[in-house]
Design a protein around this ligand. Structure first.
Ligand code: CTP
Length: 398
């Protein structure tokens, strides 16, 4: 999976920086295009010339360096990346990633990219075990960053501890896995819907709901990072299109149904995280509806199609149930009514699992009657939990 892929290799200033030369060499030999970005501190440990000779590509060391191919628009580098690997990553750079600081080319690329980011930590063992570093790493994990823990061994200080850069093979294997070469969803086709549909009343107004799309996007990204071939069918959201998947933009429930029916033809699973409007205006006015002298306005609404309930085909079906009362009982009824394999229920009255937040607290119910209440976790972690179960249902996933 490395062949033909563009990998941004970020190198930060630690003693393990010299090992980045071997990583760059392995990735280049495997057919990847390696774009090296070094922090100032990294250039104190290894020269950019070494990396340039290994990769055959210009090396970026300074955001404002005119000679660099990418310096004109550093965003271009973040967009070109299929994956970003930071090896070695120091505690300092990890802290910047966790807080969104973009004060050099590498931190700017990581902040701007939509590609998966893999971080191979290497630092003094006390710096690694410091709670602030651990908190930063946890934060990044929650956001979907892939963390390669340091290995135990002899450190630069001479003592033994957990802080050495992981073995080269471990790092290369992780990159390959993230690019879909080894993920447990390799060659599985997953269709995910996200966002809240909009049902137009006239050219300027619509009926919609408060869905942010965050849960569905987290689902799609998690499936992508586990090697799936993902189609994300998105109702309007304010989120950017994730890299590495097919994104189909729709507006209404009817449009979403058409897109879903088409996408599921070859799918292994459909995960309906979208908040689909249950009703649409019977007719959408061609021109803008005027107030004129009306004191009140009555809208006639008709049912939209039940996309999940009506979809046909032999694939795993996962629904979401947003409830404000009797969560489990209502979700159970929906699971049966829509003939689902799994339903993800959440109580929308809980502020930590409501709209537009990054966390969710869900209960998973499956066809066999199993009910699992999961603790509060990030939407990304919820997505991973759902995929663990979908993987078993799809069967062939190991
Ligand atoms: N869903 C769908 N098409 C619809 C409505 C909902 O495919 N027209 C899907 C949602 O994406 C979700 C699941 O069905 O995965 C349950 O959605 P929800 O709105 O909670 O259930 P409804 O069946 O609409 O029931 P109610 O609104 O009465 O709670």
């Amino acid at each position: 999976m490395l062949k033909g892929k563009t990998i941004v290799l970020g190198i930060t200033g630690g003693i393990a920086a010299y090992k980045a030369a071997e990583i760059a060499s392995k990735l280049t030999q495997a057919g990847a295009r390696v774009e090296v970005v070094m922090t100032d501190a990294a250039t104190k440990f290894i020269t950019s010339l070494t990396l340039r000779n290994i990769t055959g590509r210009p090396v970026v060391t300074d955001m404002f360096e005119p000679a660099s191919e990418w310096s004109v628009e550093h965003i271009a580098l973040s967009e070109a990346a299929d994956a970003v690997l930071v090896a070695p990553a120091t505690a300092n750079t990890i802290a910047k990633f966790a807080t969104g600081i973009a004060d050099n080319m590498l931190t700017s690329v990581v902040l701007a990219t939509k590609a998966p980011v893999i971080i191979a930590c290497a630092m003094n063992d006390n710096m690694y075990s410091n709670p602030v570093t651990q908190e930063n790493i946890e934060k990044l994990k929650d956001r979907g960053f892939k963390i390669i823990e340091p290995a135990y061994g002899r450190l630069a200080s001479g003592k033994m501890g957990k802080g050495r850069l992981a073995e080269l093979e471990v790092i290369i294997a992780k990159v390959d896995e993230v690019l879909g070469g080894r993920g447990d969803f390799k060659s599985k086709r997953i269709v995910v819907t996200a966002g809240g549909t909009q049902e137009p009343l006239d050219p300027v107004r619509h009926i919609s709901n408060r869905s942010s799309g965050k849960m569905g996007y987290a689902m799609a990204e998690a499936a992508r990072d586990r090697g799936a071939d993902v189609t994300l069918i998105a109702a309007p959201t304010s989120l950017p299109d994730p890299a590495g998947m097919t994104v189909v933009h729709v507006r209404t429930a009817v449009q979403m149904k058409q897109a879903v029916d088409k996408a599921v033809k070859k799918a292994d699973a459909l995960i309906m995280a979208a908040a689909v409007a249950d009703y649409q205006p019977k007719t959408a006015a061609k021109g803008k509806i005027k107030k004129e002298s009306k004191d009140s306005l009555t809208l006639e609404l008709v049912r939209t199609p039940d996309i999940l309930g009506e979809v046909k085909g032999n694939f795993v079906k996962v629904g979401f149930a947003a409830e404000s009362e009797n969560t489990v009982a209502n979700a159970k009824a929906k699971l049966a009514k829509k003939n689902l394999d799994l339903i993800v229920a959440n109580d929308i009255t809980d502020p930590q699992s409501g709209f537009d937040v990054d966390t969710n607290k869900v209960t998973l119910l499956d066809r066999s009657g199993k009910v699992e209440a999961l603790p509060l976790m990030s939407k990304r972690q919820v997505a991973e939990q759902i995929l663990d179960r979908v993987g078993k249902l799809v069967g062939k996933v190991d």
